[in-house]
Every structure is written in structure tokens, then in C-alpha cells.
Design a binder for this molecule. Structure first.
Ligand code: ADP
Ligand code: MG
Length: 455
């Protein structure tokens, strides 16, 4: 056995390393993965180990190399590279089987690559547009990113889909990494947390799973609603959470609802999550939508007229992701057709998107606006009177009801004093015909449509 060979720069031996590993792994895991490892050499800060199969090599590089290296460092060696080669039973080295584990540098400690998900370079504080709906969440995130001590634990961000929760978490991670490169910032989704946990259970290395979180300085778990109903994962999450809070490590959590509203989450976890600062991101206001559209269009070097920007801000109201999607499509369209982007073109290119975003305009609203516009009484919408001064606006209202709501013809008829659907069809046809030769009616329709869609 080569176990006795001593390292050049410390009193560490493979024996020591493996007995350290033995402490944190269960018996089977140790037997299966660590026992087959043999020491080869330690020179120029390169530790070489060998194993009998390629599979074993890959497994160790992926799962144990970081731990092995850490143990070496903890024991005072100055190891830089860990090398694993494949050696057959007869001790012949198989050429080309060398695999290397090397951390790039202190800043990018690959030890945690396995649990931390990559960060989107675009998601920084600089790129985050602030408005009323998200100012609290933004300020809280900045505070966490800037302060040396843990100010509130956890910071809990919640809000609907595509409103910037993940963006803010990444922004915090980037800011901390920039300010304190040594800090171990881990960002992952609750789903990934569960996946890692289950994997650890399956391969019986719960200890190393726990170990991974032990040295985390800032832990961010995104979309925590995912672990609702997943009891074991919830339990483990609760422990991880408490351990880190006890050690005064910062935790940031996001979810689609407030802690209290996360139905199905264990009560103790619910209450624990609400201990720090709970900040919600509200649905976007028109002003914020406009601001985000302007900035994103600029980033994409897409020139949009104020009319187009306003149109989009009015129409795409659900979330920022859809706004980005819309801008991307317009950018592609504009570059393919080399033409200026007009509202008409936007309507056409984004037909489907606009449909799902259309605000539910009611027939009552239409009737109200039309009567105001033509200065008639609301009751005239339902009355049987057929004088032109009343019948025409009524037809306009029916036409609008058909063009901007999803109501059926009979439903529309009923709303206009119980008229038959054929009356509605007649009204629509009449308006369409008149519009062709009467620009003022066409204009009325356009103004009314705009008023209804933007109010
Ligand atoms: P969530 O995690 O809340 O579902 P994301 O953070 O993934 O939402 O946001 C969706 C997209 O919208 C991302 O591309 C993000 O960069 C962008 N985004 C969201 N809010 C803003 C904002 N206030 N300013 C700029 N971009 C934003
Ligand atoms: Mg998200």
C-alpha cells in the first residue's frame, strides 16, 4: 500500500485524507467510491491518484475531488491540482485517461458549481428598472448586497411570474461577488435543491450534501413554492435554513406568494420564512412598463417611436418577460424588413401576444363611453327607439362590442335591450359600410377604441 507516503509540504498522507473522508461519508459510500482510490504521487502541488475504472474516475472528479482538495488544504498542504488516472488491475496506466480537477482561482471556486446555478450576466442592479411596484424589493435587495452584516434574515421576495424576482437575486449575487470575491454566494432554485437532495439520498452522501451548504455565506433559493408538498425536501431545507441563520449567513428566498399564503408549506417553515423582511413586487404600472420598454429597446438598439412604445405599454401588461419577447420579435421583424416599426406593424407581428394581454373590456364600459362621446343617455343603448341620432351610436357600440370583446353576437344583443343577434350582425355591417365612405365615423371608432383600451 502506498498509504504511508507523505506529502512534501505537510504531514498529510493519503491515509489522513481517506480517514477524514470516512468521517463524513457513510460506510457504503466510502467503500464504493473512496476505498478503490490509490495514491500515486504528490509533486509540484499536483496530487495524483489512480482508480481502476473510467467511471470511478469521473464520479470522483465530479463528486469528491472538491472535498479531497479541501481536506488537503485544511490540513496545511498547498495543493493546486488534483489528477486522477485510470489504472488497470495489473497496475498498467491506461494512456489518455488522465482527468484533472482544478479550481480556476479563488474567485471562481468550482467546489460549489454543483449546487450553485449559473448567474445571468444581464441580471444586474444597473439593468433593473425601478418603479413604484418594485421599489421596496429593489431597495431591500440592494441593502442586502451592500451591508457587511446580515440585516434581515431571510429577505423574502415574492410576486407574480416575470416580475423580476430572479433578476434581483442574481443582481445581489453579482454585487456581492464583485465586492467580496471570496464570499461563497450560492444561488439555486428550490427545484434544484430538491434534485440535489434526492441525489444525495440515493447515493447515500447526505453528509457531503450538508457539507456543501455549511460554508455558504449567502444562500439564495428561488421559487421556494416548488417544495410545497415535498415533505423530506422541506425538512432538509428547514435544517439548512436554520443552520445558516444560526451562523448569521444571509439567506434570500423567492416565491410566488407571501410566506403566509404558501398553502401546504409546513407551519414552522412558513413562520420562519416571515421572520426577516418580506418584500413584494406588485403588478407593473403603466409608467414602469413604459420605462422598461424604453430601456430594453435601447439595449437592443431598436428604435421605437413614442406611439409604438405607448401602444406596447398599454397592451402588454402581464410581465416583463412578455415585453422582452415582444421586443425581440419586433427587432427580428425590423431587421428582416428593413422598415420602420409602426403601430400597425406591431399589431400584426404581435397578434397572438396582444390577444392574451387584452384587458377584459366590458360591454357596459363600451356603452358608457359611446354615450358620453355622442352625448346621449345610457338608457338609449337599451331602448327600442330607432331615430338615427340614437340608432347610429347604438350600432357603433355593438360594433365595438364585437371588435374588442370576446362576447358572442347573442350576448351582445341581450346587452342592448334584448335585441336579436341578427340585429347585431346588421349593425356591424352597417358600420363597416359607412366607415368606408365616412372618415369621421372611422375616426370616431378609432378614438373610442383607443379610449376603451387605454382606460
Ligand atoms: P421572476 O423571477 O419574477 O419570474 P424574472 O426575474 O425572471 O422574473 O424576470 C423576467 C425577465 O424580465 C428577465 O429577463 C428580467 O431581466 C426582466 N425584468 C424583470 N423585471 C425587470 C425590471 N424591473 N427591469 C428590467 N428587467 C426586468
Ligand atoms: Mg424566477
Amino acid at each position: 500500500m502506498e498509504d504511508e507516503i507523505h506529502f512534501n509540504d505537510s504531514n498529510l498522507s493519503w491515509d489522513n485524507i481517506s480517514s477524514e473522508l470516512k468521517k463524513s461519508l457513510d460506510k457504503d459510500t466510502f467503500q464504493n467510491w473512496i476505498k478503490p482510490i490509490a495514491f500515486e504521487s504528490y509533486q509540484n502541488n499536483i496530487l495524483s491518484l489512480s482508480v481502476p475504472t473510467r467511471f470511478l474516475r469521473d464520479w470522483i472528479i465530479k463528486n469528491y475531488a472538491p472535498v479531497i482538495k479541501r481536506i488537503c488544504l485544511d490540513e496545511g498542504s498547498s495543493i493546486e491540482i488534483l489528477k486522477i488516472i485510470v489504472k488497470e488491475k495489473n497496475k498498467r496506466i491506461i494512456p489518455g485517461t488522465e482527468a484533472i480537477y482544478q479550481e480556476k482561482d479563488e474567485e471562481e471556486d468550482t467546489y460549489y458549481d454543483d449546487i450553485s446555478a449559473p448567474l445571468d450576466p444581464k441580471c444586474t442592479f444597473d439593468n433593473f428598472i425601478v418603479g413604484k411596484p418594485n421599489e421596496l424589493a429593489y431597495a431591500a435587495a440592494q441593502r442586502v448586497a451592500e451591508s457587511e452584516v446580515v440585516s434581515f434574515n431571510p429577505l423574502f421576495l415574492y410576486g407574480g411570474v416575470g416580475l423580476g424576482k430572479t433578476h434581483l437575486m442574481h443582481a445581489v449575487a453579482w454585487a456581492i461577488k464583485k465586492r467580496s470575491p471570496k464570499k461563497n454566494v450560492v444561488y439555486l432554485t428550490a427545484e434544484k435543491f430538491m434534485y440535489q437532495f434526492i441525489k444525495a439520498l440515493r447515493f447515500k452522501n447526505i453528509m457531503s450534501f450538508k457539507e456543501q451548504f455549511r460554508t455558504v455565506d449567502v444562500l439564495m433559493i428561488d421559487d421556494v413554492q416548488f417544495i410545497i408538498g415535498k415533505d423530506n425536501t422541506q425538512e432538509e431545507f428547514f435544517h439548512t435554513f436554520n443552520t445558516l441563520v444560526d451562523k448569521k449567513r444571509q439567506i434570500i428566498i423567492s416565491a410566488d406568494k407571501s410566506p403566509a399564503d404558501l398553502e401546504g408549506l409546513e407551519d414552522r417553515l412558513k413562520s420562519r420564512l416571515g421572520w426577516g423582511l418580506v418584500a413584494d413586487i406588485h403588478p407593473l404600472t403603466y409608467e414602469l412598463r413604459l420605462g422598461i420598454l424604453q430601456s430594453k429597446a435601447e439595449q437592443k438598439q431598436l428604435t421605437l417611436s413614442p406611439e409604438v412604445l405607448e401602444f406596447l405599454a398599454n397592451k402588454i401588461t402581464n410581465n416583463v418577460r412578455e415585453m422582452e419577447g415582444a421586443l425581440n420579435r419586433l427587432a427580428v421583424h425590423a431587421s428582416l424588413h428593413q422598415s420602420e416599426i409602426t403601430v400597425e406593424m406591431v399589431k400584426d407581428v404581435l397578434k397572438d401576444l396582444l390577444r392574451t394581454n387584452s384587458r377584459k373590456i366590458t360591454i357596459d364600459e363600451i356603452q358608457k363611453k359611446v354615450t358620453e362621446h355622442y352625448n346621449i343617455r345610457l338608457s338609449d343603448m337599451h331602448s327600442p327607439r330607432r331615430s338615427r341620432s340614437i340608432a347610429r351610436p347604438r350600432q357603433v357600440a355593438m360594433y365595438l362590442a364585437k371588435s374588442i370583446t370576446t362576447r358572442s353576437l347573442p350576448e351582445i344583443g341581450r346587452k342592448f335591450g334584448g335585441r336579436d343577434h341578427t340585429t347585431v350582425i346588421h349593425a356591424i355591417k352597417t358600420i363597416e359600410e359607412i366607415m368606408v365612405n365616412d372618415p369621421s365615423l372611422a375616426e370616431d371608432i378609432e378614438i373610442l377604441t383607443r379610449i376603451l383600451q387605454t382606460s
